[in-house]
Design a protein around this ligand. Structure first.
Ligand code: GCV
Length: 682
């Protein structure tokens, strides 16, 4: 008790080592009959991280086993078995993670990857800026005269990056923004790509590139980029030959085409299939794949949420087998909550891969603490009913239901040059969660949060451990449990204070940070403005996507179609996504819709206040650096949550003309001030 009252502080942590903080290792004998760059890394990791019995012997066996798939592995008390060298490396990371999280391997464990390709998409521009990046500049690209010179510092950082990715099973990286510059395909840039690929390769990470569809015209000197033009086809074939000549294991291309102003096959009257297949043919000989994005919508089309489905469904079965259609989790655009995109499970004769956004573009960027695993778990477990009950998005995309030549999942990266890679210490958890779910799409958010917290915050030095083991389970009770709870609630809190009950895309301007339900400048396309999405008027609020409205519900398989269509059965979390309802509409708990909105906004704000308290309380168990960064960000999040609540309630109240319920806190802002001064990230 006396010791507990003595103030102490833990060792400083700059967060650079993420979840791979190493404790002082015990000596271990590693036996492996094979040598390769990847096996060498596996051995080194064991020597540097061993927490088991001193001088134990660990056997790494590369032996075919029919229960192990791809780069999967088998763990037993003193060994790792796999079919491939990479499987051994993944097994070693898992072994060490079991030790660090004090989760002993008592029996044989077999672990196989859910998706064959587990890819990070970096939206990094060649000048070093990052689209929707909040953690500094690119680790791959920079501006200036020496921009293409590869330094030792570059290689060191790329190696660290590869190490981190491999530790959670990520095996691919798209190095440049989907809004792609044609320059990436010039020989100068390809040489830098080669240098990056050489560093990533031993860690099992393949390199991919986003390409600009107009490249044959922009840098190739051709008059067109028409995919049916033989010269264009030859240009891409020659380019593929050049790329594979220097990067033999090059993964393939990611393409954003005929989308948000990017060039594409439609510029020449061709279809997405014409464009994707032409590129697929160029890479086929080398085993490369095309990840063709389905993020398409036009201002002239009706309901934006319907457009990807309308455009891609007629093309089902028309894509070559090395094309995968990359589909964002929801039908609009990475909102705090969306139903799953109806393309999942519907395209039965085409490979489809999910795209998630790890960078928190629409979820408070690197300021708000929002753990995304619960959102991704909700998405992966959503039942599409496409092949009967249990046809979850996970099973529709991982090859369990539909045979796919390739299975894959992508996440838009949240990393940059910041010392701790992600700016917010808790944003690291989202990188970790993506990798873990890509490896095992059945994992629960609870398990992921638990692992990540132990790996990231548990004291590692003897001195710190001594300070904290004053009482044996103190750390678990005082730190792990409350912070885990905070993480698990954080996404719902963000939904509550930003856009509850199915509201979506009510951000101010293009920064996608603060509230702007009013934001609709005359010069901006309607489908880029919040009033398009919330449709609030004196009669009510919400987007009517029922059969009487845009009929987006019909893109879903039964029973979802009827469920979403019928206001009585539509899950309330999606209510205003699918229905335009009067302010006085009675919710299931008897409240009016207006009152329900007010309570949700208040609840979101209250949750963030509670997060602040929880965090303040764990001060003795966190190093001072990370403690104060998180504390200060939570303060900002709380101020922002208050602004979200006041802005949305005061704005919508102009239409509802109903009072804010008595037990809801009064707004602390004036609506006009909020409209004049949109909140911005500091
Ligand atoms: C890379 C949203 C984002 C854009 C992004 C686009 C996409 O619209 O705001 O920054 O562009 O999605 O996914 O292509």
């Amino acid at each position: 008790m006396i010791l507990m009252c003595v103030p102490f502080s833990l060792h400083a942590e700059d967060g650079h080592n993420l979840w791979l903080r190493r404790e002082s290792a015990a000596p271990v004998n590693v036996v492996c009959s094979k040598n390769s760059a990847t096996i060498d890394i596996a051995k080194q990791e064991l020597h540097q991280g061993w927490q088991g019995k001193t001088n134990a012997t660990v056997v790494l066996a590369i032996k075919q086993n029919k229960f192990i798939r791809g780069d999967g592995y088998m763990l037993s008390t003193y060994g790792v078995q796999a079919n491939t060298d990479l499987g051994i490396l993944y097994g070693v990371y898992a072994f060490l993670s079991h030790q660090q999280t004090e989760n002993p391997i008592r029996d044989v464990i077999i672990s196989n990857p859910s998706y064959e390709r587990r890819i990070l998409d970096h939206w990094d521009n060649l000048d070093g800026t990052i689209e929707r990046g909040y953690a500094g500049r690119s680790i791959f690209w920079r501006n200036g005269r020496d921009s293409l010179v590869v330094t030792e510092q570059d290689k060191k950082l790329w190696k660290e990056y590869a190490h981190v990715d491999a530790s959670i099973g990520i095996n691919g990286a798209v190095l440049d923004n989907v809004n792609a510059s044609s320059l990436i395909l010039t020989t100068e840039y390809l040489n830098r790509v080669k240098s990056i690929a050489d560093v990533l390769r031993p860690y099992g990470i393949r390199t991919y590139l986003s390409v600009n569809f107009a490249s044959p015209a922009v840098i190739g000197g051709l008059k067109t980029a028409d995919p049916l033009n033989p010269e264009v086809q030859k240009w891409w074939k020659d380019k593929a030959k050049e790329i594979y000549g220097i990067i033999p294991d090059f993964g393939g291309f990611l393409v954003k085409a005929s989308s948000e102003g990017q060039p594409g096959p439609q510029d020449y009257g061709r279809t997405h299939a014409d464009g994707a297949n032409m590129l697929a043919d160029a890479l086929k000989h080398y085993g490369g794949i095309i990840m063709w994005r389905a993020f398409v919508y036009s201002s002239s089309g009706d309901d934006r949420a319907k457009q990807a489905y309308s455009e891609f469904m007629p093309l089902d079965g028309k894509f070559h087998d090395n094309v995968i259609i990359q589909v964002k989790n929801g039908p609009v655009d990475f909102q705090p909550r969306e139903p799953f995109s109806p393309l999942f499970g519907a395209m039965k004769r085409t490979s489809v891969m999910p795209e998630l956004e790890i960078t928190q573009e629409y979820l408070g960027q690197a300021i708000h603490l929002v753990f995304l695993a619960p959102m991704w778990e909700e998405f992966l477990k959503s039942d599409t009913y496409q092949e009967g009950e249990g046809s979850t998005v996970a099973r529709c995309t991982d090859g369990s239901i539909f045979p796919q030549k390739y299975t894959a999942i992508a996440g838009v990266a949240n990393i940059g040059l910041d010392t701790n890679w992600c700016d917010h210490p808790f944003a690291q958890a989202n990188w970790y969660a993506f990798g873990r779910l890509a490896w095992n799409n059945q994992l629960s958010s609870i398990q992921i949060a638990d692992e990540w917290l132990k790996l990231t915050f548990k004291p590692t030095t003897l001195e710190d451990k001594t300070k904290l083991t004053v009482l044996p389970t103190v750390w678990n009770i005082k730190f792990l449990n409350p912070v885990k709870q905070l993480m698990l609630e954080s996404r719902e809190a963000a939904v509550n204070y930003m856009m509850p009950l199915g509201l979506h895309h009510i951000f101010s301007a293009n920064g996608h940070y603060g509230p702007g339900p009013w934001w609709a400048p005359k010069w901006v396309r309607k489908d880029w403005t919040p009033p398009y999405f919330h449709q609030a008027d004196t009669a009510g609020i919400g987007f009517d996507r029922t059969q009487n409205g845009s009929d987006a519900v019909s893109q879903y398989q039964e029973p979802l179609r009827s469920l979403f269509n019928n206001v009585k059965y539509c899950p309330e979390i999606y209510l205003l996504w699918f229905h335009h309802l009067p302010w006085t509409y009675k919710m299931r708990n008897g409240r009016t819709l207006w009152d329900a909105l007010c309570y949700h906004y208040q609840e979101g704000l209250d949750q963030v206040r509670e997060f602040q308290k929880i965090w303040d309380n764990v001060k003795p168990y966190v190093d001072p650096e990370r403690f104060s960064v998180v504390q200060s960000k939570l303060r900002q999040q709380c101020v922002n949550a208050q602004v979200w609540k006041d802005a949305c309630l005061l704005y919508f109240q102009q239409f509802s003309r109903m009072p804010i319920p008595y037990d809801i806190e009064r707004p602390a802002h004036d609506l006009n001030d909020l409209i004049q001064n949109d909140i911005r990230r500091r």
